[in-house]
Design a protein around this ligand. Structure first.
Ligand code: GLA
Length: 394
């Protein structure tokens, strides 16, 4: 899809002659640090070059007309600036609608509506944050079209509020943060407790990061995501009976082992264990990457997957089959699920020269066991959400 194609589509769909402005928000992968964000721990994501394009043009009335090339059968969804409540029949358009509503409520002035066309080249519901991507694309579009200055942190928090309060998924800040703050060729270590962050160059020498999509979609609204969050909250509240901590991310592994008996429920204990150990692994992985010790980094990725499989129980047979198959291949430094789990994508760090064999072998094992193919993408780490100027989109 080129900028000319997208412009053309916009002109056709909205029956206009003016060329729209173009904005882009990436998707993200998370290298390590899973299900730690809503527990005050660390995450280590990076924004990728796949994402959501949003083309827009201001209107002189208060109408918003929203169209997604990914859901052409749904057609144009129309709403008014004065009525931006969640509407189940509006389907995907609830994400941009939620952003419009909370941006407006936060006091950002856009007194008129807009025509907006979205086109996403990340698979939906694949664990690469297609929803945060559309939220942030809407944020930068409104900022650009209406010449607003929206603090990036504020935009990120508004995106999370859309998930939590508008859509009903109690997700953390990681996805919107990675997408809002991403930088080409860098991953970001974020402390979700203090919101301090640090960029680390992703120099993988002779290796690529491969994204492997299980082709099993998952929807967090209907998944066990909120249940996991409750289990963590319960663990924290049990621990607080004796400890003065604010989040599971405050605990070292040693402290956890010393006090885990305070967590009444055995399942909750396992959930909390994952969070505490994963948080420690993430900090270690960040150091290893800085030291250029990719082997050690890969091993930590593998341990992360095992912990998500055995203690947090969010992997499932599709992801486990892919990751296990990846571990068995030559030239693989590490592999793990990425994102929420329950289907979606895995990532693997694979030697460039072995990529072809890797794909063939992993897919053969996957197909044999699951009954259909996986899809492979090479991850390119790109910039965060921004306006695309003429010629930048080829
Ligand atoms: C989803 C959520 C994030 C995070 C991950 C798991 O992507 O949106 O906030 O919790 O799952 O690490």
């Amino acid at each position: 899809m080129t900028s000319i194609d997208l412009n053309q589509k916009f002109i056709e769909i909205f029956n206009t002659t003016k060329t729209p402005a173009t904005f882009f928000a990436p998707g993200r992968i998370n290298l390590i640090g899973e299900h730690t964000d809503y527990n005050g721990g660390h995450v280590f994501p990076a924004s990728i070059s796949f994402g959501t394009y949003a083309l827009g043009q201001k209107r002189s009335d208060q109408k918003f007309r929203l169209y997604s090339m990914n859901f052409p059968q749904i057609g144009i969804i129309e709403c008014d600036l004065s009525s931006l409540d969640y509407d189940e029949t509006h389907n995907w358009a609830n994400y941009p609608k939620g952003m419009l509503r909370y941006l407006k409520e936060a006091g950002f002035e856009f007194s008129n509506g807009a025509d907006i066309l979205f086109y996403g080249n990340i698979p939906n519901n694949a664990g690469l944050s297609s929803s945060a991507s559309i939220e942030m694309a809407t944020g930068v579009l409104i900022e650009g079209l209406y010449d607003l200055e929206i603090d990036r942190f504020k935009m990120i928090q508004i995106g999370q509020k859309v998930e939590n309060d508008y859509i009903g998924v109690q997700s953390g800040l990681m996805d919107q943060f990675a997408i809002g703050m991403g930088r080409k060729d860098y991953a970001i270590l974020l402390n979700c407790n203090t919101l301090e962050y640090e960029y680390a160059p992703l120099e993988l020498k002779d290796h690529f990061i491969l994204i492997i999509y299980t082709n099993k979609q998952r929807s967090l609204a209907g998944s066990k995501y909120n249940e996991r969050r409750k289990q963590c909250d319960q663990s924290l509240s049990d621990l607080k009976s004796k400890l003065s901590i604010n989040s599971l991310g405050d605990l070292t592994k040693k402290e956890f082992e010393q006090y885990k008996h305070l967590i009444q429920d055995k399942t909750n204990q396992k959930r909390a264990k994952h969070v505490v150990y994963e948080n420690a692994r993430t900090l270690e992985a960040f150091e290893k990457l800085k030291e250029n010790d990719l082997e050690a980094f890969g091993k930590l990725m593998n341990e992360s997957h095992k912990s998500l499989q055995q203690d947090y129980e969010v992997t499932g047979s599709e992801l486990d089959t892919i990751v296990q198959a990846a571990w068995e291949q030559e030239g693989v430094l590490g592999a793990r699920m990425t994102g929420a789990g329950f289907g979606g994508c895995a990532i693997a760090i694979v030697e460039k020269e072995r990529i072809v064999d890797f794909k063939n072998n992993v897919n053969a094992i996957y197909h044999q066991s699951i009954g259909y193919d996986a899809t492979f993408y090479t991850a390119t780490i790109g910039d965060g959400a921004k306006e695309i100027t003429e010629g930048a989109l080829k």
